[in-house]
Design a protein around this ligand. Structure first.
Ligand code: NAD
Ligand code: ZN
Length: 350
């Protein structure tokens, strides 16, 4: 099969030919329909050699939809009767855990403490990923029925939708009527974060990004206000909130600049979620922020969160803006993401 791999440090992703995978016991083989291109893949490919928790090469792609092609030996139909079956349209819940611990039992496999030590990695982030014609899924519990959703728009929901949903769901108590939420970075995650805030909370939403095109996307997604993320942003946020600051900040960049802004502006008893992997941080210490601010750096989301995101998508309240590429064009899609010229999410359609 054709696949796109990250093989050599310092070199970009490469199109290669690999043997077609066969599903082993308990596994499910998917024919991939669509795979999202995430900024985290750039971070992975930029990592210093030897700092990754898994070996190279790795087939990229951790946002996947597909059609069940084959079930491995002993992969019985699901408890709810005959699901998944060959031909079913599914999405992949990618935060694979050990499946046995408390976190996994609760569907919070994104916080499984045992997965790394057991060599369990998400597809595309250690295990072979979805930028390939076929994808092996290790267990039926990592599949979610698409239920009529468009597979191209749905693929990014499994990460670019799920990650902000997880953070917003956990902090929605900070966003009653009259409150203000800030989204920093209106890219793949950010344009979905704005829609999820609209769907889950009555908060006034202020979105920050660097270009007018992205601020226009934020307004289309439902942001009430947009601001250029420059030196004037802090004063503008103060003015918009009567000097009190926003009640929650979702930082999808998390660079030293954006985290400094989040630390400076967030309201007392507010909430800062650092979702970006931008090497910034917010100190937790008396006086480092206004009092009582919660600072968290969550990872991905739970299986239940993914079901919730899909429900919102079915209701038409969350829609991914996509730009599509072929598998051969995946290296170009990564280049475009790095250049900042993808609006919404780049999705490879197989
Ligand atoms: P993206 O490239 O699609 O979007 C990033 C956006 O941020 C762009 O619109 C860009 O213009 C904007 N931006 C860059 N610098 C900015 C600044 N200083 N101020 C304001 N806006 C700025 O990226 P993405 O795929 O949406 O990913 C966003 C981040 O989330 C990445 O760091 C990614 O690695 C991370 N991520 C984290 C998790 C997690 O589990 N925590 C999951 C997925 C992605
Ligand atoms: Zn991702």
């Amino acid at each position: 099969m054709r696949a796109v791999q990250y093989r050599t440090p310092g070199k970009g992703p490469e199109l290669v030919t690999l043997p077609d995978p066969e599903p082993g016991p308990g596994q499910v083989l998917l024919k991939v329909t669509a795979a999202g291109i995430c900024h985290s893949d750039l971070t992975l490919m930029d990592a210093e050699p030897g700092t990754l928790s898994f070996g190279l090469p790795v087939t990229l792609g951790h946002e996947a939809t597909g059609v069940v092609e084959a079930l491995g030996p002993g992969t019985g139909p699901g408890a709810d009767g005959g699901w998944p079956a060959v031909g079913d349209a599914v999405a992949v819940y990618g935060a694979w855990g050990c499946g046995a611990c408390r976190a996994c039992a609760e569907g919070r496999e994104n916080y499984c403490p045992y997965a790394p030590a057991q060599g369990i990695h998400p597809p595309g982030l250690g295990a072979p990923g979805a930028l390939a014609e076929y994808l092996l899924v290790d267990h039926t519990r990592h599949l979610v029925a698409l239920g009529g959703l468009d597979p191209v728009r749905a693929a990014p929901l499994t990460d670019a939708g799920l990650t902000p949903y997880h953070a917003i769901r956990a902090s929605r108590h900070k966003l009653p009527p009259g409150s203000t939420a800030v989204v920093i970075g209106v890219g793949g995650l950010g344009h979905l974060a704005v829609q999820i805030l609209r769907a889950l909370t009555p908060a006034r939403i202020v979105a920050l990004d660097l270009t007018g095109e992205r601020l226009a996307l934020a307004r289309n997604a439902g942001a009430h206000h947009t601001l250029v993320a420059d030196d004037g942003a802090r004063a503008a946020l103060d003015e918009l909130t009567g000097g009190q600051g926003p009640d929650a900040v979702y930082d999808l960049v998390a660079s030293p600049e954006t985290t400094a802004l989040a630390a400076a502006v967030t309201a007392a008893d507010g909430y800062i979620a650092l979702l970006g992997i931008g090497r910034g941080s917010v100190p937790v210490a008396f006086g480092a922020t206004r009092p009582g601010v919660t600072v968290t750096a969550p990872y991905w989301g739970t299986r239940q969160d993914l079901l919730d995101v899909f429900a919102l998508a079915r209701e038409g309240r969350v829609t991914t803006l996509t730009e599509t590429f072929t598998l051969e064009q995946a290296p170009l899609a990564y280049e475009r993401l790095r250049d900042g010229t993808v609006l919404g999410r780049a999705v490879v359609v197989l």
